[in-house]
Design a protein. Structure first.
Length: 339
């Protein structure tokens, strides 16, 4: 039996997928009209996130507009936002509160990465895995990078850019600084310069995955799908067991209308890591629907509701399933039964 979604239901599913956006700091001001904030929580010490993380969204000091608990993926998403600016406060037992300011006029500002620092520890730039050029960079250059990183997190783009440029003056092949300079340039609307910065980062350290990921996202936003696919294929050669290149490649395929390939990449990402956000099932539902695989679309929406019953897209997904009525019967998977 095949589910037949009405045309308006398929359009609604497309809109839900559009809400997901590109979960990263990198984006183009004004490139998307969806009023959403999608972020990522990480630890400055690395490792697994604690349970009980609470994310609050304030429109003014102590005026909470929304609040949600965050699972072990560290992803959070707020939708249907109306104000021009917000403050995000992240709390967890045993950790210092993390904060971020969001300016809704800048699309990339809507994708904050917030780091939690253990109580009693000094707040520093996050300790990510070091690249080859990190180890080679002079101490002063690394200090400039740290200051630039903090400014970028605070969305002080002019200061961030100044520090990154100083770091690169001291070491012109400092890949991490070049990558984050590319982020700052994109936020300032200097897209050609941003691409150049990412390209130089990749040239300086061909094993630095983040540069490929950020470059791929930028190219996807610019609708340079063939170029985005090419750079993400290079990322797969760098990190064939990391889920992120597959997930981002799935997004490129989906945006360019290659729905079969999008499904393949999303499923590969899922097979590699539980860190893939639950919203992948909504993306899969759209890709299946575009291929007229209505049973597959129905099952993926049900799966999303099963694993994220209070997720940010749960209300819209439930509404679509209700509109489908008897054509989309509850599955044992959606009800939590045996698969």
């Amino acid at each position: 039996m095949h589910l037949t979604l009405k045309p308006n239901q398929g359009t609604a599913l497309r809109r839900i997928v559009a809400l997901l956006g590109a979960a990263t700091l990198l984006a183009v001001p004004g490139a998307c009209q969806e009023d959403t904030i999608e972020g990522q929580i990480r630890l400055t010490t690395g490792g697994v996130l604690p349970s009980g993380i609470v994310v609050k969204l304030e429109v003014a000091e102590n005026v909470v507009a929304a609040q949600q608990m965050v699972g072990n993926t560290g992803k959070f998403l707020f939708t249907n936002l109306k104000a021009q600016s917000y403050r995000i406060i992240v709390t967890a037992n045993g950790f210092q509160p993390g904060t971020a300011q969001v300016d809704m006029q800048y699309y990339a500002s809507r994708y904050p990465t917030i780091y939690l620092t253990p109580l009693g520890a000094k707040k520093t730039a996050p300790t990510t895995s070091e690249s080859t050029t990190d180890l080679a960079a002079p101490k002063k250059a690394r200090k400039e990078f740290e200051q630039g990183h903090e400014a970028l997190q605070a969305k002080d783009l002019a200061v961030a850019r100044k520090h990154f440029e100083k770091a690169i003056e001291m070491d012109e092949c400092y890949a991490r600084a070049l990558t984050e300079l590319g982020v700052a340039l994109t936020l300032q609307g200097e897209l050609a310069s941003a691409e150049t910065s990412f390209q130089k980062s990749i040239h300086c350290d061909g094993e630095f995955l983040e540069a490929y990921i950020q470059m791929g996202i930028l190219l996807n936003i610019e609708k340079k799908y063939a170029d985005g696919e090419s750079i993400l294929q290079q990322a797969l050669r760098v990190a064939p067991s990391d889920w992120q290149p597959y997930y981002r490649l799935g997004d490129v395929h989906q945006q360019s209308g290659k729905y079969k390939q999008a499904v393949e990449e999303y499923l590969k990402a899922e097979s590699l890591s539980p860190a893939v956000p639950p919203e992948v099932h909504v993306r899969l539902a759209d890709a299946y629907w575009q291929q007229k695989n209505y049973d597959g679309a129905c099952n993926e929406m049900q799966t999303y509701l099963r694993i994220a019953p209070e997720g940010p897209l749960a209300g819209q997904t439930k509404s679509l399933l209700q509109q489908a009525g008897s054509m989309c019967k509850p599955s044992s998977q959606a009800a939590g039964g045996p698969q």
